[in-house]
Ligand binder design. Sequence first.
Ligand SMILES: Nc1ncnc2c1ncn2[C@@H]1O[C@H](COP(=O)(O)OP(=O)(O)OP(=O)(O)O)[C@@H](O)[C@H]1O
Ligand SMILES: [Mg+2]
Length: 322
Amino acid sequence: MSNLIEVKNLKKYFSTPKGELHAVDNVTLNIEKGKTIGVVGESGCGKSTLGKTLMRLHTPTSGEILYNGTDIANMTMKEFKKTYRANIQMIFQDPYASLDPRMNVLQLIEEPIKVNSKNLSKAEVTSKAKEMMDLVGLAKRLEGSYPHELDGGRRQRIGIARALSLDPDFIVCDEPVSALDVSIQAQILNLLQDLQKERNLTYMFITHDMSVVKHISDDIAVMYLGQMIEKSPAKEIFRETIHPYSQALLSAIPVPNVHIKKERMILKGELTSPINPKKCCRFAARCPYATEECSAKEPQLREIRPNHFVACHYAEKFVNKA
Ligand SMILES: Nc1ncnc2c1ncn2[C@@H]1O[C@H](COP(=O)(O)OP(=O)(O)OP(=O)(O)O)[C@@H](O)[C@H]1O
Ligand SMILES: [Mg+2]
C-alpha cells in the first residue's frame, strides 16, 4: 500500500513573550491511503497544532509534509489553496462554533461548494449539497433548520457534510465526538467509518480518549509535549504498551467487566514547560521510572519491535510489562 501522507521532522513553534513554544517538535509519521492514524495525548500536547499544520492552517516552522509525494509544507499558500486545499479537510470538535448561526442547513453545506467550485451553477450547488445531506444521514426536512435548533450529533453531521462536499481524500478529525453524548458518539464514529470505506478516505483521528480510537485506528501515535513518544499498529499498542506515559493513558480506559480489577496509573509531578524545553526526556519529571539519564539526555524514537517505535531510554525494560 502506498502512503498518502508522509510527515518528516515536522516542527511548529510559536513565539511567545516567554520564549519559543515547541507545540509540534520533530514529528515523523506516515499514513497509508484509506487508513486511520489515531493521535492521542493529553490537553496541550500539540494534537490540534499538528492537525492544523497538516492543513496549512499554521505555517510549519520546518520539516516536510508529503501529500501523494508532493511537499505541501514548503509551497506557497496560493499554490496550496489552488491545488490541494480541497483534498485535505478538517472536522472540528465543536461544529457549533464553526457554523454561521444565520444560515440554515442547506445553505451551510452549499457554502464551501460555492467557494471552491466556482464553475458550478446554483442548481448544481444545491443538488450537490442535498446529496451530501443524504450521505451523512441528515433528513430532507432539516434543510431549512438552523444550527441552534439541532442536537450536537446533527450539527456534527453538518460539519462532516461540509468537509466531504469538496471530495477530499484526507480528513483530520479533531476530537469530532468529544462534545457528544456517548450514544451519539457511536453513531458519528460509525458514520465516519462507513464513509471511509465507501470513499477510501484517509483519516487522522485526534483525541485525548484512548477508548475512542481503539476500534477505529489502524495505527496509533502517542504525543507528549509536542513529541511523538510511541507509535505502532493499534492492535500491537493495546496488547503491548511500552512507554510509561502510554501505559498511564491506557490505564485510564474503563473496563466494562466489574470483576476485572484494573490498576489506574496516576501521574504525579509537574508538567514540563513546552517553552524552550531542555534536551532531556520531557516526561522525566512525571515518570515513576526516571533516572538521571532521563533528565540529562533526550531519548530518540527507536524501533523496539517490528513497526513499534518508542522514545524512552529504557524501552526494552518495559516490553512485556503492560
Ligand atoms: N496560536 C497559538 N499561539 C501560541 N501558542 C499556541 C497556539 N496554538 C496552540 N498553542 C500552544 O501549543 C501547545 C499545543 O496546543 P494544542 O492546541 O495543539 O494542544 P492539543 O493537544 O490540541 O490540546 P487539547 O486536547 O486541549 O485540544 C499548547 O501549549 C498551546 O498553548
Ligand atoms: Mg486540540
